[in-house]
Design a binder for this molecule. Structure first.
Ligand SMILES: Cc1cc2nc3c(=O)[nH]c(=O)nc-3n(C[C@H](O)[C@H](O)[C@H](O)COP(=O)(O)O)c2cc1C
Length: 158
């Protein structure tokens, strides 16, 4: 069974809900999922799973990472995730500019880990609406199909 870890940062609950919607969507694809708040997670834990997912809001005066996920972000660059597939989601507000920049920052940070991007960054205005829920389902399906395409061995018997 494919395994996933979703790590999230959420101040007012929007991203927490997005993380759980992503978990449901992955479950529907037959994936075993653990969801963790970022202060309870360490980047090295991604080495235990196949699909590595970060969901975060964006904060500050200049589209900064939330304080509570900063250490996780720094540690992530040091972890070798060769053989893994990653994806990032963000909640933000267009009003502030730098829309969902922290999700893009994580997308770039994952690129340093040797993991393969399985889906484009999903950016959501505040909480997930029906259209966003479809994007989350597509995101989950893309992660799984990328993992299956790249890492599942097909042995043909002749
Ligand atoms: C002071 C402040 C700064 C913010 N800065 C940004 C920002 O730069 N870019 C962005 O997309 N959203 C920004 N936001 C919006 C939050 O990311 C957004 O409300 C998000 O849905 C919060 O997610 P949460 O409910 O998971 O905490 C900011 C919000 C506040 C209060």
């Amino acid at each position: 069974m494919i395994r996933a870890l979703i790590v999230y940062a959420s101040l007012t609950g929007n991203t927490e809900e997005i993380a759980h919607l992503t978990a449901e969507a992955l479950n529907d694809c037959g994936v075993s999922v653990i969801v963790k708040e970022c202060t309870d997670a360490r980047a090295i834990e991604f080495t235990d799973v196949d699909l590595c997912v970060v969901a975060t809001y964006t904060y500050g005066s200049d589209g900064e990472l939330p304080d509570e996920i900063y250490d996780f972000y720094e540690d992530l660059a040091e972890v070798d995730l060769c053989g893994k597939v990653f994806g990032c989601l963000g909640s933000g507000e267009e009003f502030y500019g730098n829309f969902c920049k922290s999700a893009d920052d994580f997308d770039l940070q994952f690129m340093k880990t040797n993991a393969i991007r399985g889906a484009d960054v999903v950016k959501i205005e505040e909480n997930a609406k029906d259209e966003d829920k479809q994007h989350i389902r597509d995101f989950a399906e893309n992660l799984v199909s990328t993992f299956q395409k790249v890492f599942t061995q097909h042995i043909s018997v002749t």
